[in-house]
Design a protein around this ligand. Structure first.
Ligand code: ADP
Length: 699
């Protein structure tokens, strides 16, 4: 641009290329009437943006802005022109916006400078207009971009914080099944991050029909509110009680505002404490109401704000943890109740966990039957338990039977009365009668198996012995019957032939019949005694007798019939001919002595001495000891404990020695019923001594 000083005024050289190409609009105004004298193309472009059509395209030249500028621009411009004229100082507009119809919004700076003549009088005003639209738009875009980034950062930061809290809550509550710990961990994980004023976690108690305070955190003095919050009945008017009836959180963005129209809310102590934001999240796990998580904030909150989203996000994890803790407690309570009952049962009980197949409970009877110690069975899978089951081949039918029983029960089946043989750690064998049933929880999931069993080894062996007895008994009975039959046939033949029945042969036959009949009668009598004993029908008829006389008589009877054995009577504290009066059933006492002496004879097949003893010591006047001692085959040590059991016969016997295994049982029972005691000392191959201690009623 170049300015020409002409007769004290300035002129813009028309058509000057530089002037026309200036990036600023330039215009000269007359200082007297503000007429537009000259302007370059850019200024005209600027003017054309907002001038009415009649003033566009240079029509404004020669006219003051007050004529061509629309209001309010016109008045404002006139005032500025006048001010520059009066003060002689330049005017700087700062940025202003034109809302032009052709180009949209454009942004400009304009300046008005006074031009003076040589005398210093202001003769003209120079207006320069700079188009800053591009810079402004660029700046606006930069600002917009900056604020979008900040907003994005803020959103990310909020989201990060929300996820962090939820993650912490989820992780910590997962670690425990204890209600108290869940409450404590939840509160600790949340309060620090959310800046809440109060934070409560309540757990539902359907029995009490109330929400019970599990844990809380507060920055305000809530002594007075705490008592209300401790136990909130479902029927209470408090907001938290509404949690039970709905699934969505109760959100109050600003309690202060809400309280102005809600009378119940206006009584809420939190309102008086200046609290604004409030949220109560019902804790639901599936269809079960577990409790509520409640928080209040000093500032107002938003429905979709960080506080609401965080607490809602945490709520599912807390509800799940509370549900698991509740189920765990229920299962535990059920189990401990069950255990108390099971501990009292006469059957062996084992509980096996479905999760790991390990034994989690065994009652005393089970321990006893299996012959194991508690620490050696709890925590071990039963089918892999090192003792007693590994002692046997794990693939043996017994091991498999037990395994299958457990597996079938784990599949939901109930198994009744299955006989399974197990081996104890000490190597002994037991026959057990097992029943198994699955243990369910609410939703039908099998959590374990309960095994109920009893040791039927004894019954089994009695059953077996009974069977053996029946076969032996039929043999024992048949033998005398066959003899009697044979003898009778001889006599019959003799009669048919008209032969004399007083011949020695006939006499032998008659004696044989009598002897075998007596033997048969004795056998039958013993068998009857067994059933009499079992049915409590065996009655004793005790009366005072001379025991020495009874004993001597029995010995004498046996001496007549045995030839290979020598019977000796040994007396201690007594002399032959003494009388020792003891009260007993004589017939039964004879039976006792007969049994012992005939056994001593029977089980000393090579013959030998048999000592029958009787001791009465004056210093022990209340008892008398009897014994029968032989030097026969003896009894193996491991048989001694069972030798008095019915049907029991030792395994060192030559089975050609006849017997039913009931004699010693009867001895034992009869002696016991006389108030005495019977026992044996024996060494296999060396002989046995049977003792009987009887009470003597001196009175
Ligand atoms: P039984 O003699 O008919 O078999 P018992 O009840 O009298 O029945 O005896 C039971 C078992 O005790 C016998 O089978 C035998 O094995 C053992 N026993 C009894 N007495 C003697 C003895 N004196 N010596 C060795 N073993 C004996």
């Amino acid at each position: 641009m170049s300015l020409d000083n002409l007769s004290h005024t300035f002129s813009l050289k028309q058509g000057d290329t530089i002037f026309e190409h200036l990036p600023v609009g330039v215009a000269l105004f007359d200082a007297r009437d503000f007429r537009l004298l000259e302007a370059n193309a850019l200024y005209h472009k600027f003017l054309d943006q907002y001038l009415p059509l009649s003033w566009k395209h240079g029509q404004a030249i020669g006219h003051p802005p007050m004529e061509w500028l629309p209001e309010p621009g016109s008045t404002v411009t006139a005032a500025i022109f006048r001010k520059v004229l009066e003060t002689g100082t330049s005017y700087r507009s700062g940025q202003f916006t034109f809302l032009g119809s052709d180009y949209g919004s454009t942004y400009w700076h304009w300046m008005l400078d006074p031009l003076r003549d040589d005398n210093g009088h202001i003769v003209q005003l120079l207006l320069t207009v700079t188009d800053v639209t591009e810079q402004v738009l660029a700046r606006q875009q930069a600002e917009q971009a900056h604020s979008s980034v900040s907003e994005a950062n803020r959103i990310i930061e909020t989201e990060r914080k929300r996820l962090e809290v939820i993650e912490t809550v989820a992780r910590t509550v997962r670690e425990t099944l204890d209600l108290e710990s869940i409450g404590k961990m939840t509160i600790e994980a949340i309060y620090d991050n959310l800046n809440s004023r109060t934070l409560y976690i309540h757990v539902a108690n359907p029995e009490k029909q109330a929400l019970q305070l599990l844990n809380f955190y507060t920055t305000i003095d809530v002594k007075q509110t705490l008592s209300f919050m401790q136990d909130v009945p479902y029927s209470s008017p408090f907001l938290i009680a509404k949690a039970l009836k709905q699934r969505n959180p109760i959100i109050i963005e600003d309690m202060q505002i809400a309280a102005s129209t809600d009378r119940i809310l206006s009584n809420n102590p939190l309102v008086a404490l200046g609290v604004q934001g409030y949220i109560c999240v019902p804790l639901w796990f599936k269809d079960h109401f577990e409790g509520a998580l409640t928080a209040s904030f000093q500032k107002a909150i938003q429905r979709d704000g960080l506080e609401v989203q965080t607490l809602v996000g945490c709520s599912t994890h807390i509800a799940a943890a509370l549900a698991h803790a509740r189920l765990h407690t229920t299962v535990e309570n059920e189990r401990s109740r069950l255990r108390t009952v099971l501990d009292q049962l006469p059957e062996g009980i084992l509980i096996i966990e479905a999760a790991n197949g390990a034994v989690s409970y065994a009652n005393c009877v089970a321990i006893d039957i299996l012959g194991v110690s508690l620490p050696n069975i709890i925590g071990f899978p039963l089918h892999r338990y090192p003792q007693p089951y590994e002692a046997t081949d794990p693939n043996s039918p017994q091991g498999t039977a037990l395994k299958f029983t457990i597996i079938r029960a784990l599949c939901g089946e109930t198994i009744n009365s299955q006989e399974i043989t197990v081996f104890r750690p000490d190597g002994s064998k037991a026959i057990l009668l097992f029943s198994a049933a699955p243990l369910h929880i609410e939703n039908g999931v099998v959590t374990g198996v309960v095994l109920v069993f009893q040791d039927i080894t004894a019954q089994k062996s009695i059953e077996q012995q009974k069977n053996e007895f029946l076969s032996i008994a039929s043999h024992e009975l048949r033998t005398p019957i066959t003899t009697i039959q044979g003898m009778a046939e001889i006599l019959q033949m003799q009669v048919e032939r008209g032969q004399s029945l007083s011949s020695p042969r006939s006499m032998r036959a008659v004696n044989g019949i009598v002897e075998q009949s007596q033997h048969l009668a004795r056998l039958i009598e013993e068998m009857l005694d067994i059933s009499r004993l079992e049915n409590a029908q065996l009655l004793l008829h005790p009366a005072p007798h001379n025991l020495l006389a009874t004993l001597s008589q029995v010995i004498e009877d046996h001496t007549i019939t045995t030839h290979k054995h020598q019977l000796h009577l040994v007396l201690q504290g007594l002399s032959t001919g003494d009388s020792l009066i003891v009260s007993y059933d004589e017939e039964r006492m004879v039976q006792i002595l007969n049994n012992l002496i005939s056994n001593a004879i029977k089980y000393s097949p090579s013959g030998g001495d048999i000592e029958v003893g009787l001791r009465y010591a004056a210093e022990l006047p209340g008892e008398v000891l009897l014994w029968v001692k032989d030097s026969g085959i003896g009894i193996p040590e491991h048989e001694l404990a069972s030798i008095f059991k019915r049907f029991h016969r030792a395994n060192n016997l030559d089975r050609s020695i006849s017997g039913l295994g009931i004699g010693l049982y009867l001895v034992h029972e009869l002696v016991t019923r006389h108030g005495g005691r019977a026992w044996v000392e024996s060494m296999e191959g060396k002989g046995s001594t049977f003792y009987i201690l009887l009470p003597v009623n001196t009175g």
